[in-house]
Ligand binder design. Structure first.
Ligand code: GTP
Length: 215
């Protein structure tokens, strides 16, 4: 899905390019979707109530050559909201499939979400990041090496995070921005900007990038 283009956002110069990316968070209840969004947008971690329907956040990411506005849609993981979730991921540019590394059943659920997205989106239409949250609970880890193999087989970006200890949360969103920008823009200044983005844990990045560039 191509990002929407804005006239201007923020206080940057009027010549600045600006794009809107819709990012949707999907996954079982209590895996930490809201906590990831809160950590990224407000840099706080607090006990949160289960989401009702969907929560919405925005975040401006100012890069050297462009400003990206991320629209972050945090969906409710409780089963009773499943039937309405498609309303929230419609038109998305990226999806975070979140599971809890200490609860194997949540990884199985993330796989089901992936199947649903595969039915709704063309292969190169959506950037999908598989996110194993709660790495601070390493002693209770139930999801191990199999996830890496799975991500590789599906050419997904795969990262682990802890919203609690603020581990790699920003990096997940940077990965999306980096991937989208790489797919859409090929000018020299953008390539220079991308070199300054920190290295990220991408599974098969070259394959995935190639597929996106064919669009
Ligand atoms: N230890 C630990 N707990 C976390 C982490 N992230 C979230 N939690 C806790 O997990 C519980 C659920 O977090 P939420 O962010 O509400 O989960 P959610 O996926 O948004 O849940 P729904 O809104 O029901 O879909 C809360 O008690 C959080 O404090 C983390 O990285 N580490």
């Amino acid at each position: 899905m191509a990002p929407r283009r804005m006239q201007q956002v923020g206080a940057g110069p009027s010549t600045e390019q600006a794009y809107i990316y819709k990012v949707v968070l999907l996954g079982s209840t209590a895996v930490g979707k809201s906590s990831i969004a809160f950590r990224y947008v407000k840099n706080v971690f607090r006990e949160s109530m289960p989401t009702v329907g969907c929560s919405f956040f925005t975040q401006l990411v100012c890069l050297e050559t462009a400003t990206i506005k991320l629209e972050i849609w945090d969906t409710a993981g409780q089963e009773k909201y499943h039937s309405v979730c498609h309303l929230y991921y419609r038109g998305a540019n990226a999806a975070l499939l979140v599971y809890d590394i200490a609860r194997k059943a949540t990884f199985a659920r993330a796989k089901l979400w992936l199947r649903e997205l595969e039915k709704e989106f063309l292969p190169d239409e959506l950037v999908i990041v598989l996110v194993g949250n709660k790495t601070d609970l390493a002693a209770q880890r139930e999801v191990t090496f199999e996830v890496k193999e799975f991500a590789k087989s599906k050419s997904l970006i795969y990262m682990e995070t802890s919203a609690k200890s603020n581990y790699q949360v920003t990096e997940v969103f940077m990965a999306i921005g980096k991937f989208q920008v790489r797919s859409c823009w090929t000018d020299k200044s953008t390539r220079e900007m991308l070199r300054s983005v920190p290295a990220l844990c991408l599974v098969k990045p070259s394959d995935h990038t190639k597929k996106c560039c064919m669009n």
